[in-house]
Ligand binder design. Structure first.
Ligand code: NAD
Length: 359
């Protein structure tokens, strides 16, 4: 275990995860291993100034533990920023359990993880993420109360995707009003990269609001599902950035806007669900120079976190929905500050989040 309370001397070793630990201004990093069970768990707690850290538990393979630690550190910092920009009384944390062939007993893994979470006394609250499911949260709940998204939660919809999609579409409306002076999405052309859980629902909602939609997906099954259930145009994965449109919505993986693609973007607005859409903050500056309004990813896609947080904070689904609709005001404020300062929207969002984390 390493703890950096900001008063201690800088950590001198140059191991990549330690540099990141310092640069991202951590925080806590906890590791737990059970060799017999094949368990290797990581819990990164970035910041608890605003409240206990909340973030999902990933259960996926990694090429080595260092990469898993780096993933957890980056993701937990992202959760701090997302909670702060959404004005939630929570900090940022994330956990990773390294998936490996050595693991024979899944139940044992999540029992061990539940004990691990419990040992931190509530500074970290866990939830579902890539590779984990409600049934895993149920096992964790047997060991600790610091878990959400389990079967005992009263929410009818356990899946955060519908509220994530609602938040993204609300953010698109704010962007369309600010940048195109359009009070609705009707008649706008919206291009969606990735029609998985969230992207499909965004397409559904945008269609409901009268937008024209074009989609792509690298998975033929997802594309077929969209074709069968929606009235959408289809393009290839390679064409997606350059299609002339009003809104480009990255809803697949991270890094959709990178040095290769940023100059191809032929949209007036970039607003989508994916995490880490920008390869670097420089991409946000280039988009601004091209007069493309970028809705910062962690502000527009906070609906999923709001959904999970509401369960933990014993709020109901109506309260969660009301909070998600506030994404409109959050983004409007970011857009206005970007106009008045000349900074990119991503820089403004970071400034707001950092101020709140230091408060
Ligand atoms: P998902 O896996 O259900 O959907 C992603 C889709 O993108 C898949 O259909 C996949 O085939 C497709 N895809 C992958 N690479 C692609 C490419 N290069 N081009 C086109 N399509 C590609 O995931 P999801 O839950 O819909 O999440 C989408 C994004 O939103 C992710 O970045 C996720 O981290 C982020 N996000 C999701 C939530 C949520 O509530 N699920 C919340 C916040 C952020």
């Amino acid at each position: 275990m390493m703890q950096n309370n900001n008063n201690t001397a800088p950590i001198s070793t140059k191991a990549p995860f330690l540099s990141l630990f310092e640069n991202l201004q951590y925080g806590e990093l906890h590791l737990k291993q059970d060799i017999q069970a094949g368990f290797f768990g990581i819990i990164a707690i970035h910041n608890t100034t605003r409240g206990p850290s909340l973030g999902g538990c990933r259960f996926i393979p990694y090429s080595d533990p260092q990469n898993a630690i780096i993933d957890a550190l980056k993701l937990a910092q992202g959760m701090s920023y997302k909670a702060a920009i959404s004005d939630l009384p929570l900090g940022g944390g994330k956990s990773v359990i390294i998936h490996s062939e050595k693991i024979k007993d899944r139940r044992k893994i999540f029992e061990l993880f539940g004990d691990f979470v419990e040992s931190l006394g509530g500074r970290y609250i866990t939830a579902e993420d890539s590779g984990t499911h409600v049934t895993d949260m149920d096992i964790i709940f047997e060991k600790t109360a610091y878990v959400t998204g389990h079967s005992n939660i009263a929410f009818a919809t356990k899946d955060p995707s519908p509220l994530t999609a609602l938040g993204v579409v609300t953010g698109m409306q704010a962007a369309a009003q600010h940048h195109l002076q359009r009070s609705s999405l009707a008649g706008l052309h919206i291009v969606i990269q990735g029609v998985g859980n969230v992207g499909f629902r965004i397409a559904q909602l945008c269609q409901h609001y009268g937008a024209k939609i074009t989609v792509c997906d690298s998975n033929p099954k997802a594309l077929q599902h969209a074709k069968e259930h929606l009235n959408v145009g289809i393009c290839t994965v390679d064409q997606i950035h350059s299609i002339p449109c009003d809104i480009f919505a990255p809803c697949a993986l991270g890094n959709a806007i990178n040095t290769q693609t940023v100059h191809k973007v032929n949209a007036k607005i970039v607003a989508g669900a994916a995490n880490n859409q920008l390869e670097s903050i420089e991409m946000a500056r280039i988009l601004k120079e091209k007069d493309i309004l970028y809705a910062p990813d962690y502000a527009i896609n906070a609906g999923g976190l709001i959904h999970v947080a509401a369960q933990y904070l014993h709020q109901d689904e109506t309260q969660a929905r009301e909070k998600v609709l506030k994404i409109y005001d959050t983004l409007q404020s970011i857009f206005i500050q970007s106009d008045t300062t000349g900074l990119s929207t991503a820089e403004i969002a970071n400034q707001i989040a950092e101020q709140r984390l230091q408060a």
